[in-house]
Structures are given as structure tokens and as C-alpha cells.
Design a binder for this molecule. Structure first.
Ligand code: C2E
Ligand code: CA
Ligand code: CA
Length: 517
């Protein structure tokens, strides 16, 4: 026992037998060999663990740097490297939280929009426009106090967040300095640019609950500045506040109207100029408010578009129009080339849900697409030409026609017309209204009619109000027209009566209608 305690590992008894000694030595040698190989394995394992750990550390570090880079990309504008709208909203949220904790904490937001920047883009191209934006982004920080965040919100719009006491004074100060700095010409390649900006200023208060509201009010003030003649600043004030409130109320009421279905449809005839026959109707939405009465689409469609509610309205219109067409089809009072035009906002016309809803309704009512015409404005088509073409092809597959609404008021580039599968150009009301005043408008109408003819499209003149305008349009070769001279938009019942009358007597439309809606 003593021997084992001091480190002996085996023993033999005397007298010893050679065989036993040899076997015991053999065993000890094996044991020793096993121990050594275990040690080697252990140290090998340790080395591998160390190596793997180092490798993992390297991987994590690189993943972290990718993450950092992704985060940077997500929060910065790639043209100017400035913080973008998302990051600005985050910072605004932080200062808003700070002002909720400490009401004496002050901050202000400036929204800077370049005046007439589109001219630069349109005349010299986007590359030069981008260079100019970069130059502006470089010049702006020189006008700002420390502790301010400069961001680019997109396009030619920048924002500055100021955090300091006396925020309003320093905001006005900064606005003046920016105006002065921007008046110095920009030298880019061979061009010299003179730029001016309109600035909206909002003083932050703890009363704000959401950063988006601050931005919205800055936007309102900026538009006020533009309205005052550009190249100046405006501070968000009580009046603007009331306007913003009205607008907010309009949004709330509009949502309520959508939930409760307080809309109805009016139909305005499209007529063949040579004989007054009805060749279609345009469906127009009407909002009947319980308190305000009839609200015109011009007042709420833009608001609905911005608030993202236009989809609900247009889908509702689509359902109404399909129901109405089914009724007319069953009564046998419509026949080709009759078409019912439906106005469609860009927000959803390329969305797959729109075409899916059309398919669902056509199937539900066993309706043919040949009765439908979708009206879209040029601007909306150009916003995403590839998607638009794909969608228009989907319409065509279903026999649905497409009209370009308000033609002549949007893009002047005509090359795209050939690329879009469209059927009709609607000549904007403004050209028809001014036919009397200027011969240049007459030239425009003549050109549009010729353009349509050359491309194998129809043209519809909008807003015909006088017999003189009608006669001029006939002389200019326009085939179809729409306007108060023939009929105001009317209720479905009146439209049905007109169609019935037309079927029995092939009447011409009266020169004015009683149903004014
Ligand atoms: P739009 O598509 O250009 O519609 C034609 C507008 O001209 C209608 O105004 C119509 O009432 C009006 N109009 C027709 N004939 C005459 C005329 O002889 N003289 C004058 N001065 N005006 C005439 P409305 O119904 O107020 O609609 C205004 C705009 O609202 C429409 O312009 C369209 O852009 C939009 N809108 C109307 N309904 C819908 C809809 O269901 N969905 C969408 N997304 N937009 C709609
Ligand atoms: Ca229209
Ligand atoms: Ca129009």
C-alpha cells in the first residue's frame, strides 16, 4: 500500500517467475503507449478546438461587418450617403421621446425642396441631376449648426433636424443661411447652375405623438413656401395647423365613408360626334357625406391616393360597374362598340390583386371584358413602364380596353405610345376648353387626333361644353366626345333610360341634361 501511495504502479512477488514478469512488463508498456496516444489525441483536439474558435470568431466578425453594412445601406441614401427618411424618422422618434421626458428640450425640423429641379433633370438628364444633388448635399452642412442631422428624403428633398435650445431661431437662421448659400452658382462640368430652395420649418413640441406628423407638417409649411413664390421659407403655424387638421379630418371621414359605403356612381355618356349615338359611359365616383353633402372627386381622390385608400374606392367602383354592366347586358340595351370606362389610380393598377378581382367579377357575373375600358393617366403609366406593359397585356388578353386619360398634360415623350398596348387617347379638357382662345390649342388637338389615327387608336375629346367646340372637333377629325354639351354625369337610372331610348329610337342626345350630379 505504501509503495502504491508513493507512485508504484505494479508489483511482483518473490520468488518471481520470468513469464509473470514479462507479462506484467508487456502490460505496463501497453498502458504507457495508450496514455501517450491519449495525450496526443487530447492535444490535437485542443489545437482543433482553438483553430475552430478562431475561425468562428473571424466568421462572426465578418457577418457583423456585413450586418453593419446592410444596416448602413438601409438607413442611408446611396447617392449622397446622407441619412435617409427611415433614419431621420428614427432620430425624430428619439428627440420626440426626449421631449416627452423633458418638456424644455427643444428641436425643429426643416424640410428643404429644390425649386424647379425637374427642369434640370428633363433638360440635362438624370446623371447631371444626380451630380447637382450631390453638390447640394455637400454644400448644405456648411449652413448648419452643430448637433443637426442632415438627411435626404428622396428626389430633390432634404431635411434637417436641429436639437438645441432656441431651436426656432436657429432654424430660421439656418434657413436664411441655406438660401444664401444656394444662391451661389453651382459649377458642374461645363454648366453653371442657379438653384433656389423652398423651406418648411416646424418647431417640435411634446404635443406631437408621431414623427410622421412632424414631417407632414413640415411638408405643409414647405408647400406654403412654394405657394408664396418659392425661394423662401415658411413656418408651420396655426392656419397651416388648421389646414392639416381639416385634411386629417377628411382622411378620417373618407375612411368612414369607405367602411359605410357612402359612395355612388355617376355615368357620363361618351358620344359619337357625327350622329350623337352613345358609344359608352365613363363611371365617376361620387361621395355623399351626411353633413358636407356631395364632395367632388377632385377634393378627395388625391387625399385617398395619398392615404392609400384609393384602392378601396376603385375596387368598390369596379364591383359596381360590373354589376351595372351585367344588368345592361341582361336587358340587351348595350352592344359593341359600347364600353364603360373606369378610372384607375396608379397605386393599384399594376397590383396582381386588381387583375385577380377583375377575373373574379367577370367570372361571377359571366361578363365579358369587351364591355370594359380602364382609364389611366400618362404619368401613372410612365412611373413603371415595364410593369405597366405587363399589366396592359393582361387587360388585352381579357378583351379589356385601355384609355390614356388627360392626354397631353403629362409626359411629352411620345415614343412610348407605341410600346404600350392601348386603345384610346382622351384629349384633356384644358385643350378643348381653350379651343376658342388660341390657335395653338387647335394645333395640339389636331396633332393628338392625327397621332391617335396614325397609331390606330381612338380619340375622345373631354369637356365639350359648346356647339362651337363640338363643330371644331368634328372639323379636326375627332370621332368621339364627352362633355356637358351632351350630358352631365348622371345616375344609373338615367343612364339606363338613355340606353333604352337609344335602342328604340336611335336618338341623338339632347344638348343638355336635367340630371346634374
Ligand atoms: P377625369 O377622369 O378627367 O374625369 C372627367 C371629369 O370631367 C369628371 O369630373 C367630369 O364630371 C368632368 N366633366 C365632364 N364633362 C365636363 C365638361 O363639359 N366640362 C367640365 N368642366 N367638366 C366636365 P369629376 O367627376 O369631378 O372627376 C374628377 C376626376 O376625379 C376625374 O377626372 C378622375 O381623375 C377622378 N376620378 C373620378 N372618379 C374616379 C374613380 O372612380 N377612381 C379614381 N381613381 N379616380 C376618379
Ligand atoms: Ca377619366
Ligand atoms: Ca380626363
Amino acid at each position: 500500500v505504501k509503495a502504491f501511495q508513493v507512485g508504484g504502479i505494479d508489483y511482483i512477488t518473490k520468488p518471481f517467475h520470468l513469464e509473470e514478469v514479462l507479462v506484467r512488463i508487456e502490460t505496463q508498456l501497453q498502458l504507457r503507449a495508450a496514455q501517450q496516444s491519449l495525450q496526443r489525441l487530447n492535444s490535437d483536439l485542443e489545437r482543433r478546438v482553438r483553430e475552430r474558435t478562431r475561425q468562428l470568431e473571424r466568421e462572426i466578425a465578418s457577418r457583423r461587418s456585413i450586418q453593419d453594412r446592410l444596416l448602413h445601406v438601409a438607413l442611408h441614401d446611396d447617392l449622397t450617403e446622407l441619412p435617409n427618411r427611415t433614419l431621420l424618422l428614427q432620430r425624430l422618434q428619439q428627440v420626440l421621446d426626449a421631449s416627452h421626458r423633458d418638456p424644455t428640450f427643444q428641436f425643429a425640423l426643416l424640410l428643404i425642396d429644390c425649386d424647379r429641379f425637374k427642369i434640370v433633370n428633363n433638360s440635362l438628364g438624370h446623371l447631371v441631376g444626380d451630380q447637382l444633388l450631390i453638390a447640394i448635399a455637400r454644400r448644405l452642412p456648411g449652413c448648419l449648426p452643430p448637433n443637426s442631422t442632415l438627411a435626404r428624403l428622396g428626389g430633390d428633398e432634404f431635411a434637417v433636424l436641429l436639437e438645441q435650445s432656441g431651436a426656432l431661431e436657429s432654424a430660421v437662421d439656418a434657413a436664411n443661411r441655406i438660401q444664401a448659400e444656394m444662391h451661389q452658382p453651382f459649377q458642374l462640368e461645363r454648366h453653371e447652375f442657379l438653384i433656389s430652395v423652398s423651406i418648411g420649418i416646424v418647431l417640435g413640441t411634446p404635443a406631437y405623438r408621431q414623427p410622421e406628423h412632424i414631417l407632414r407638417n413640415a411638408d405643409a409649411a414647405m408647400y406654403e413656401a412654394k405657394g408664396k413664390g418659392k425661394a423662401c421659407y415658411a413656418i408651420f403655424n396655426e392656419t397651416l395647423h388648421r389646414q392639416a387638421l381639416n385634411r386629417f379630418q377628411l382622411e378620417v371621414e373618407l375612411q368612414r365613408a369607405i367602411d359605410q359605403g357612402n359612395f355612388f356612381v355617376c355615368y357620363q355618356p361618351v358620344i359619337e360626334l357625327k350622329n350623337g349615338a352613345i358609344v359608352g359611359f365613363e363611371a365617376l365616383v361620387r361621395w355623399q357625406h351626411y353633413d358636407w353633402g356631395l364632395v367632388p372627386p377632385a377634393d378627395f381622390v388625391p387625399v385617398a391616393e395619398e392615404a392609400g385608400a384609393i384602392g378601396d374606392i376603385d375596387f368598390w367602383m369596379l364591383r359596381q360597374v360590373c354589376q351595372q354592366l351585367t344588368a345592361w347586358q341582361q336587358q340587351g340595351i348595350i352592344r359593341a362598340p359600347f364600353r364603360l370606362g373606369l378610372n384607375c389610380s396608379a397605386r393599384h393598377f399594376t397590383r396582381p390583386e386588381f387583375i385577380a378581382e377583375i377575373d373574379r367579377l367577370l367570372a361571377k357575373y359571366q361578363l365579358s371584358g369587351q364591355w370594359l375600358k380602364v382609364e389611366i393617366t400618362e404619368r401613372e403609366l410612365m412611373a413603371n413602364a415595364e410593369m405597366a406593359i405587363a399589366t396592359l397585356n393582361q387587360f388585352r388578353l381579357r378583351g379589356i380596353q385601355v384609355a390614356i386619360d388627360d392626354f397631353g398634360t403629362g409626359y411629352s415623350c411620345l415614343g412610348y405610345l407605341q410600346r404600350f398596348p392601348i386603345d384610346t387617347l382622351k384629349i384633356d379638357r384644358s385643350f378643348v376648353a381653350n379651343l376658342t382662345e388660341s390657335t395653338s390649342n387647335e394645333a395640339i388637338v389636331r396633332a393628338i387626333v392625327a397621332l391617335a389615327e396614325g397609331l390606330g387608336l381612338n380619340s375622345v375629346a373631354e369637356g365639350v361644353e359648346t356647339p362651337w367646340q363640338r363643330d371644331r372637333l368634328v372639323a379636326l377629325g375627332c370621332r368621339w366626345a364627352q362633355g356637358y354639351l351632351f350630358a352631365h354625369p348622371m345616375l344609373a337610372s338615367a343612364a339606363t333610360a338613355l340606353l333604352q331610348q337609344q335602342r328604340t329610337s336611335d336618338i341623338l342626345l339632347p344638348s343638355h341634361s336635367d340630371e346634374l350630379v
